[in-house]
Write a protein that binds this ligand. Sequence first.
Ligand code: AOF
Ligand code: ZN
Length: 373
Amino acid sequence: PELRVAEVPQGLGDDYYMRLALQMAEAAVGQTEINPNVGCVVVKEGRIVGLGAHLQRGMAHAEVHALNMAGEQARDATVYVTLEPCSHHGRTPPCADRLIRERVARVVVAATDPNPQVAGRGIARLREHGIAVTTGVLEHEARRLIEPFAKYMSTGRPYVTLKTASTLDGKIASATGDSKWITGESARAFVHTLRHRHHAIMAGIGTVLEDDPQLNTRLPVPGLHPVRIIVDSQLRLPPSSRVVQDRSARTVVLASDQAPAEKQAELERLGVEVLRCGEGPRVDLAKAMDALGRMEIGSILLEGGGRLNGSMLEQQLIDYIYLFFAPKLIGGNGPGSFDFSGFARMHDAIRLEQLTCTAFGTDFCISGKPIYG
Ligand code: AOF
Ligand code: ZN
């Protein structure tokens, strides 16, 4: 206990400044809607002279904040940016042109931009103007950070993160339906951080009828409230429910084409948005993801019951999973985390990769990416 064994400290290199840029980008996850999280550091003659992150869709890109701070010192500086500087006119002008105008000497990029409007053109433009460009510094970390953005760009669909909490025997409630609480305070507090970090939250009508949840973000500091999405094929959502009455966030209800029109009109009068997706009696979840993408929802935290979780998993619509386990055994025939017909053979099971195991008090969270065979 007298001797603390420390890791080798990080030396000064490209990765030193890129890590700082990544940390700033990471801190703004949840506040840029469909836009990527990007960080930027400007270094001149051995000093950091500018810092910035993209903070809000429609506002300045990371490079612009950092270059504004650097002012005249940007000339001949080295600029570290976690995403390739943009080359297109979006809601803001191209960052590549700004870097050229500032006459920086060198740009270090972690990941190329998956946006087809950019896709390498930003880097090419810099090089054409004689700026040295180094790519691939901490690329893996940078790609991971913009995974939701990359998915949205390539599929037009939101990135879906599932969160579920169960006993060690896999139950999300007892046989009588009691589920308060499975995990302890620290795990539940982290879920509010997850809500802050997602553009939307999704639950089934069963959960709403059972618990009348608010589905908003409650943290000791101000957090962002995600858009609330309720999967409710037959529009059973009671006008008196909290997700309708409290106006802390937008509420979007996904219904099938067969749901009663009067019910839709009634909910719309109360400010709820209704999206029809699916001709059958139930919501077509794949179509729903397309529709939510068209509404420019970039990421969803799925906090469904077993049925909704099971359907989303079966249809391969889940991109990342957080499984919280409380060290308890409840037995009985209460519902499980994933209620779907399942696979006949272990060989066909969905595997999780890139696993992380985190302790929250006496609860554990196993998280990873599902790999669909
Ligand atoms: C950068 N730096 O910090 C970000 C970039 O509508 P706009 O103008 O905000 O453009 C959004 C697009 O710009 C987005 O799809 C992505 O390609 C890029 N994001 N680029 O150089 C940044 N946030
Ligand atoms: Zn830009």
